[in-house]
Write a protein that binds this ligand. Structure first.
Ligand code: NCD
Length: 321
């Protein structure tokens, strides 16, 4: 598609995280995504950019929206997409990961989209395969396409990222979404706050360049964006919150707590939501203030842009092995 946007090089073979990307590279990905937002609203959503290419979605952990949107993204660009789900509980860690990678490499995929419950596993796999690897979430480490789709949503609603005050609230400790968003927002010149009980914050979180709050009233004061996170109980080893009711009382987003934010503050959540746990249902569904549905829409466009830039890089270096 000729968008009139000049195509700048993206000097990375893989997309493993936000850390290490420059502001220009992030802007490039967001600008490319913009054109796909329009394409995805047309009746004919398909083009041939990835014709002949194979994308494998390799998911060692459950996913609905991320896997579906990568599948749609690959198909709308004209590529062949296959989905492989592997139950993490049934695999022998490490060895099986590499075995799977070697088996798949023999089938010459151009792009591997990988989600894995262990932080660092996707990077390990990227070192072993020929094609491009996109991290679709590794443990509590990174989830770069989520941060990019969040940034695209914010940029479209607020016109910029620079100078905005963003509060990321809830289970920061287990959240790869939080880590990727903190990195991206800092690179792009936003101011990031985290709001959470002490038990749900990693040690030395301040070193990531955030302001820390332990109460919603202080943390949401005058913010432009309220980003809520799911309480990721499947990653809990032990007890982190006294009870769900108490958690909602102190940290669940409802209109009373939202009143501290700017009147036009945007509400976001990566999904899946636990209604009544980290977010009140009326707030989540508020058509004026909540961008949660738009985040899902932006997800497809962002993943199309990522597939585009990474496969362009592969063109001149088809694997010979
Ligand atoms: C997030 C994830 O898997 O990290 N979800 C997503 O990708 N849409 C957040 C979560 O699971 O809470």
């Amino acid at each position: 598609m000729n968008t009139g946007i000049p195509f700048l090089p993206f000097p990375h073979r893989h997309l493993l995280g936000i850390e290490g990307l420059s502001p220009d590279e992030i802007t490039l990905l967001l600008d490319r995504s913009e054109s796909y937002v329009e394409q995805n609203r047309q009746v004919d959503k398909k083009q041939a950019l990835l014709r002949g290419r194979t994308v494998i979605n390799l998911f060692f952990e459950n996913s609905t929206r991320t896997r579906t949107s990568f599948e749609l993204a690959g198909k709308r660009l004209g590529g062949d997409v296959i989905n492989m789900s592997v139950q993490a509980s049934s695999i022998k860690k490490g060895e099986t990961l590499i075995d799977t990678a070697m088996t798949l490499t023999a089938m010459h995929p151009d792009v591997l989209v990988v989600r894995h419950p262990e932080s660092g596993a996707v990077q390990l796999l990227a070192e072993k395969v020929d094609g491009a690897v996109i991290n679709a979430g590794d443990g509590s480490h990174e989830h770069p396409t989520q941060a990019l789709l969040d940034a695209l949503t914010i940029r479209r609603r607020k016109g910029r990222l620079q100078g905005l005050v963003v509060a990321i609230c809830g289970d920061i400790l287990h959240s790869r979404v939080a880590r990727s968003n903190i990195a991206l927002l800092n690179i792009m010149g936003a101011r990031v706050r985290v709001v959470a009980p002490r038990t749900l914050l990693p040690a030395e979180i301040e070193r990531l360049g955030v302001e820390v709050f332990h109460d919603m009233a202080g943390g949401l004061k005058e913010v432009d964006i309220v980003m809520m996170l799911r309480l990721q109980t499947e990653r809990f080893h032990g007890s982190f919150v006294p009870s769900i009711r108490e958690y909602f009382h102190f940290f669940g987003l409802d209109y009373a707590k939202l009143a501290a934010a700017k009147p036009d503050a945007l509400i976001m959540h990566p999904g899946p939501m636990n209604r009544g746990v980290e977010i009140d249902t009326a707030v989540a569904d508020d058509i004026d203030r909540s961008a949660i549905r738009q985040q899902v829409e932006m997800g497809v466009a962002v993943r199309m842009a990522c597939l585009e830039v990474l496969t362009r890089n592969l063109s001149d270096a088809a694997p010979a092995k």
